[in-house]
Design a protein around this ligand. Structure first.
Ligand code: IMP
Ligand code: MG
Length: 174
């Protein structure tokens, strides 16, 4: 384990099982449809990759570059970088690493006004941290309000490559 990690909350095996469960659920729910998966970069990259392997549907994928976080506190704003995917008439499934205050997801919903439908899948849900009224349709794991890294999640751009999700030691950012 990386020396900066206090506790592992999702091991590689846990992540595999979680992605399989969510992928099978989405496969059932979207039978006969061709959803468009939109990953919020960069955090959703490993999760989206593993999840899509478990989705047995004809589907397409795209991504959105959104920034909302500096350090370990939500800044209350989002910034979209680059082009928006074409979502007109599509059944969009947003793929996000973590739902925290809800700022990123609630602020970005207006980008999908032209979609036929929009659902949200998140790897992690910090359910006690919500400040904006938004919930995910598919949740990998509900977690307490602790700062976590790995499997895409970063602290100042580091730790995204850890193959597990773990709680970052406070002394790393305090
Ligand atoms: P929200 O807008 O407050 O819901 O925050 C969502 C975004 O904040 C996510 O896309 C993450 O990039 C980031 N974030 C929230 N909590 C954590 C965490 O514990 N570790 C790493 N990034 C986090
Ligand atoms: Mg993110």
């Amino acid at each position: 384990m990386n020396k900066d990690i206090e506790e592992i909350i999702l091991s590689e095996e846990d992540l595999n099982a979680l992605c399989r469960r969510l992928g099978e659920q989405i496969t059932k729910d979207y039978a006969g449809k061709e959803p468009l998966f939109i990953g919020y970069m960069k955090g959703a990259l490993p999760f989206m990759t593993e999840l899509l392997k478990r989705v047995d549907l004809k589907c397409t994928l795209d991504y959105l570059r959104i920034k909302s976080y500096e350090g370990t506190e939500s800044t209350g704003k989002i910034r979209v970088i680059g082009d928006l995917p074409d979502v007109k008439g599509k059944d969009v499934i947003i793929v996000e690493d973590i739902l925290d205050t809800g700022n990123t997801l609630s602020a970005s919903m207006e980008l999908f006004k032209e979609a036929n439908s929009v659902k949200i899948v998140v790897l992690l849900d910090k359910f006690e941290a919500r400040k904006f009224p938004i919930e995910a349709d598919y949740v990998g794991l509900k977690i307490p309000k602790k700062f976590v890294v790995g499997f895409g999640l970063d602290y100042n751009e580091n730790y995204r490559n850890l193959p597990y999700v773990g709680v970052l030691k406070k002394e790393v950012y305090m």
